[in-house]
Ligand binder design. Structure first.
Ligand SMILES: Cc1cc2nc3c(=O)[nH]c(=O)nc-3n(C[C@H](O)[C@H](O)[C@H](O)COP(=O)(O)O)c2cc1C
Length: 166
């Protein structure tokens, strides 16, 4: 077994989750690389692929990469601003799984929150009340909670789940 943990990350959350999985998975023959650094998948039979949720699914770089994976054992991990146990969280993971499930064996999937870019929150604050993107007290609370993730517990949970299935 040779494992590649690879990820796409805009503001660092998914990168930190990937690094945490790498640190905690306690397996041999594991490489960690950003998707942009991956040149050849032939050396690997197992992949853990991470993305950040953009518009309810994998970000573009990760989606392109995932569409090209064939004949591997694949685990999926992701970070998002919404709550991971929401319908949106679940749908965001399923949209990632859909990109790889036909041509690969799915090992499992994991999603947790990640701090939302402050610049995006500032944009949301400019929307008028009633606009679907407008800020509400509930959303501000969710962004505050998101700031605490991914944390050590998230990283450990993901690593243990994948380790058991690899
Ligand atoms: C342009 C943009 C679009 C986003 N879209 C969503 C979304 O559709 N759903 C969601 O839950 N979070 C969304 N988020 C929040 C990110 O998925 C979240 O903060 C994630 O942890 C960022 O990961 P990164 O630091 O690895 O880039 C969005 C963030 C940005 C900047």
């Amino acid at each position: 077994m040779k494992l590649l943990i690879t990820y796409s990350s805009k503001t660092g959350n998914t990168k930190r989750l990937a690094e945490g999985i790498y640190k905690n998975i306690q397996l041999e023959n594991v490489d960690l690389k950003a998707i942009s650094e991956v040149e050849d998948l032939n050396a690997y039979d197992t992949l853990l692929v991470g993305y950040w949720v953009d518009k309810g699914g994998p970000n573009d770089e990760a989606a392109e990469f995932m569409k090209g994976i064939e004949g591997k054992r694949v685990g999926i991990f992701a970070t998002l601003g919404a709550y991971p146990d929401s319908q949106h969280g679940w749908d965001s993971l399923l949209r990632g799984e859909d990109l790889v499930k036909e041509k690969n064996t799915i090992l499992g999937k994991y999603i947790c929150q990640g701090a939302v870019d402050e610049r995006l929150i500032e944009v949301f604050k400019k929307f008028e009340p009633g606009n679907p993107h407008a800020i509400t007290p509930e959303k501000l609370k969710r962004y505050e909670i998101a700031k605490q993730h991914p944390n050590e517990a998230d990283m450990l949970s993901a690593a243990i789940m994948f380790r058991e299935r690899i």
